[in-house]
Ligand binder design. Structure first.
Ligand code: SAM
Length: 633
C-alpha cells in the first residue's frame, strides 16, 4: 500500500531492483554486454570514438569555451568512458570557475570491479578513473549526485530505465549523448517516448550526437523536434548523426548575475546550504544569533545516519536513502579537508524484535528496490557480530550508514568554504524587507544585517516569525539524549537503532536517544526521559547498561522542528512577491542524514542547476505543498 502523501502517477508502485550489467571483457579488451549482445564502444578505439562522435558531434569543447555552466545528458552511462573523455576535455579547456553537469542514465550499472577493470585500458585517464571509482554509488535505483574534480564537475547518475528516469529529471540540457546499444538490439533506448523526454529537457540550441543513423531513429528524433543530419562516423562506421533542437525549448537557466545570498541559521540546514552555495561561487552572509554554529537542535553530541525506511512512505524512504548516501560521500570529502568532522562509516544495525515490524521493513526495502549492499536482513547472530554487542533480536544491517557529531559536521562545512562565507554570528534576524530586487535582512533595531537577491531561511521554527503569508508551518519536538560513559568490556562498534538509537563510544561516551515529544519546547533535562532512554536501550541491547543509575548520567536536550507530514521543507517559498526566498527547515530528528542533500537541492534550485533528486520527490519537499494542503483542507 502507498500512503496518500506518496501517491504520484509518474512513479510505479514498486521500484524494480537494479540488475547489474553482465559484462565480459573480450580478448581484444573491449567490454561486451552478454545481456544485449553488443559492445560498449568501438573496437577501433573507445576514447577516440567518444571524442569524435560525442564531443565533436556536439561542437565540444568549442561550445563551452565561453560559458560558466554546461549541462550534458547521456543515455547509457555504461563504463563511463564518454564521461571520462568529457571530463578530461573540460579540464583542459573550460573557462576558470566554470562547472560541468553531466547527467547520465543507466539501467544496468557495471559492478565496481568491472569499472576498474575496464579503465585499466586507458592509462591516460587513470587519475580521473580512480576518482570516479571512489565515488561510484551502490546499485540503488534513482538519482545519485556525485562530485568530482574538486566540485567543478557534478555527475548525476540516474539508475533505472532511461525513459522513466528522464521523466523525473528537472534540468536544461545543452547537449545529449545518445549511446544506447544498437537500436535493433535495444529499441527501448531509441523510443519516441524517450526522445520526447529529451525534447522536454532541451535548452535553446541543445544539440545531440549519436553513432546510429538508423532510419527509425532519425524519424523519431525529427518527430520530437530535433533537426538531424548525417556526418562522417568514427572507425568502421561510415556515418553518424548530429542534431539540434528546433522545437520550443525550456528557457536556458542563465547564470545569476549577482551571486550573493544570505542564509539565516548556522545549524545543519544552514551550513549545508551555505557550503553548497559557496561551492557554486556564491558569496554568503551566514546569520546566526548564537556565538557559534550548531548551538540549538543541531548540537546533538553524536547522531546516526541511515536510510530510516518506512513502509508506506516510499518517497520519504527514497529520499532518505539518497540523502544517506550523499551525506556519507560529503563526509568523505570533508574528511580530506583541513578541519575534518568527527564521524565513522561503521554501518548501522536496526534491531526489530517484532516480526510484524521486521516484515514492514522488508516491504519498505522492497518498495524502493534497495540491494543487499545497502540494506540487508540479518539474524541476531550476525547483528551481534557486526556491532560487537549482544543485540535484542534480528534486524537490518545498513552498511552505508554511520555516526557523526553534528556540530563537527557544521564546523567542517564552514571551514571548507571559509573564504566565501561571512559569519555574522551573534546577530539575530527578525525581519525581511523587499527592495524590488534584493531582500534586506533586519535585526530587532531595524539594522540591515545583510542585503542579497537570495535569502535562505534555515532557522527552523523561527522561519515562521517573518511576516509572510507563505511562511513555513512547523511544530516543536523536544528530544532528550542520554550520555552513558564507556566501560571496559562493553564494546559497541556500530550504532544500533530500533525504538531509539545508541552510538559507539566517542570521546568516552555513548549517546542514547532520543525522546520525541511533539508540541513540547521545554529545554530542561528530565529524569523520566533519562530512564525512558535506558529502557529503550535495554530493548535494543539487553544488559548493555544494566545497573546504571539514570540519575547519575549527563544528557542533552534540543527542540527540533517538524512539518505536519514530517518531511522537510526545502526549496523556493511561493508567493513571496519578488522571489528569491528559499527555505530549508523542518529537518526534525533527521538533520544529519538529510541536510547535505537538502543543501545541494536548495543550492541547485537557487543557481538553476539540474536538481539532484527526482522531480516528484522535490515536489514533496517543496514548501509550496503546505499552501496546497491548506487550500484543499
Ligand atoms: N556510454 C557508454 C560508455 O561510455 O561506456 C557506453 C554505453 S553502452 C553502448 C549502452 C548502455 O545503455 C549500457 O550500459 C546499457 O546497460 C544501457 N542501457 C540499455 N538499455 C537501457 C535502458 N532502457 N535504460 C537505461 N540504460 C540502458
Amino acid at each position: 500500500m502507498i500512503d496518500a502523501r506518496d501517491s504520484d502517477c509518474r512513479v510505479p508502485v514498486q521500484t524494480p531492483v537494479i540488475e547489474p550489467a553482465r559484462l565480459r571483457l573480450r580478448e581484444d579488451g573491449i567490454p561486451y554486454s552478454e545481456r544485449f549482445e553488443d559492445v560498449y564502444f568501438s573496437a577501433a578505439g573507445g576514447l577516440a570514438e567518444a571524442r569524435h562522435t560525442f564531443l565533436l558531434g556536439n561542437g565540444l569543447p568549442h561550445r563551452w569555451a565561453r560559458v560558466q555552466r554546461f549541462t550534458i545528458v547521456e543515455c547509457g552511462f555504461g563504463t563511463g568512458l564518454n564521461f571520462l573523455a568529457t571530463w578530461q576535455a573540460w579540464q583542459a579547456s573550460a573557462p576558470a570557475g566554470a562547472r560541468l553537469h553531466y547527467v547520465a542514465v543507466e539501467k544496468h550499472p557495471l559492478a565496481h570491479d568491472d569499472l576498474a577493470r575496464t579503465f585499466a585500458a586507458w592509462p591516460e585517464l587513470a587519475p580521473l578513473a580512480r576518482e570516479l571509482t571512489g565515488v561510484y554509488p551502490p546499485p540503488v535505483p534513482g538519482f545519485h549526485r556525485l562530485h568530482v574534480a574538486g566540485g567543478r564537475v557534478a555527475l548525476t547518475l540516474l539508475l533505472g530505465d532511461a525513459t522513466a528516469m528522464l521523466s523525473r529529471l528537472d534540468a536544461a540540457a545543452d547537449a545529449f549523448f545518445l549511446d544506447g546499444f544498437a537500436p535493433a538490439k535495444n529499441p527501448q533506448m531509441w523510443s519516441a517516448a524517450l526522445f520526447r523526454e529529451l525534447a522536454r529537457l532541451a535548452a535553446p540550441g541543445a544539440t545531440l550526437a549519436t553513432y546510429s543513423v538508423a532510419g527509425e531513429v532519425r524519424r523519431a528524433l525529427a518527430a520530437a523536434g530535433f533537426r538531424v543530419e548525417k556526418r562522417t562516423g568514427y572507425g568502421r562506421k561510415r556515418e553518424m548523426l548530429v542534431g539540434v533542437f528546433a522545437g520550443v525549448a525550456r528557457p536556458r537557466r542563465e547564470d545569476p548575475a549577482h551571486r550573493h545570498a544570505a542564509v539565516i541559521g548556522a545549524g545543519l540546514a544552514g551550513t549545508a546550504c551555505a557550503e553548497r552555495l559557496a561551492a557554486r561561487g556564491w558569496r554568503v552572509a551566514l546569520i546566526e544569533r548564537h556565538a557559534g554554529a550548531a548551538r540549538e537542535a543541531s548540537g546533538n553530541p553524536i547522531g546516526i545516519l541511515h536510510p530510516a525506511l518506512l513502509a508506506d512512505r516510499r518517497t520519504r524512504s527514497t529520499f532518505t536513502t539518497a540523502a544517506t548516501l550523499y551525506a556519507m560521500r560529503q563526509l568523505r570529502i570533508l574528511d580530506r579537508e583541513r578541519c575534518p568532522p568527527r564521524w565513522g562509516p561503521t554501518g548501522v544495525l536496526q534491531v526489530c524484535r517484532d516480526p510484524r515490524r521486521l516484515e514492514r521493513l522488508v516491504r519498505a526495502r522492497e518498495s524502493v528496490g534497495l540491494p543487499d549492499a545497502v540494506a540487508r536482513r540479518v539474524d541476531r547472530e550476525e547483528g551481534c557480530e557486526r556491532t560487537g554487542a549482544r543485540t535484542g533480536g534480528a534486524g537490518f544491517w545498513f552498511a552505508a550508514g554511520g555516526w557523526a557529531s553534528a556540530s563537527s559536521v557544521c564546523e567542517a562545512r564552514l571551514a571548507a568554504c571559509e573564504n566565501d562565507v561571512r559569519r555574522l554570528f551573534q546577530c539575530e534576524a527578525i525581519g525581511l524587507e523587499p527592495t524590488g530586487t534584493d531582500w534586506r535582512v533586519l535585526d530587532a533595531s531595524g539594522r540591515v544585517l545583510a542585503q542579497a537577491p537570495v535569502v535562505v531561511l534555515a532557522n527552523a521554527r523561527d522561519a515562521m516569525r517573518f511576516d509572510m503569508a507563505c511562511g513555513p508551518r512547523l511544530r516543536p519536538v523536544r528530544g532528550q539524549v542520554t550520555q552513558l560513559p564507556e566501560q571496559q568490556g562493553r564494546p559497541l562498534r556500530a550504532p544500533v537503532c530500533g525504538d531509539g538509537y545508541v552510538t559507539p563510544a566517542v570521546g568516552g561516551t555513548h549517546c542514547i536517544g532520543a525522546t520525541f515529544d511533539e508540541d513540547d519546547s521545554d529545554c530542561a533535562m528530565r529524569a523520566a526521559d533519562q530512564a525512558g532512554n535506558l529502557e529503550r536501550l535495554a530493548r535494543m541491547l539487553p544488559g548493555f547498561a544494566v545497573g546504571c543509575d539514570p540519575a547519575t548520567l549527563a544528557g542533552w536536550v534540543g527542540v527540533r522542528a517538524v512539518s505536519a507530514d514530517h518531511m522537510p521543507l526545502a526549496g523556493a517559498l511561493p508567493g513571496a512577491g519578488q522571489g528569491g526566498l528559499f527555505a530549508c527547515v523542518g529537518l526534525g530528528a533527521r538533520g544529519l542524514t538529510w541536510s547535505a542533500l537538502l543543501g545541494e537541492l536548495v543550492a541547485s534550485a537557487v543557481h538553476g542547476d539540474p536538481l539532484p533528486i527526482e522531480r516528484h520527490v522535490a515536489d514533496q519537499l517543496a514548501p509550496g505543498r503546505q499552501l496546497r494542503e491548506a487550500a484543499s483542507s
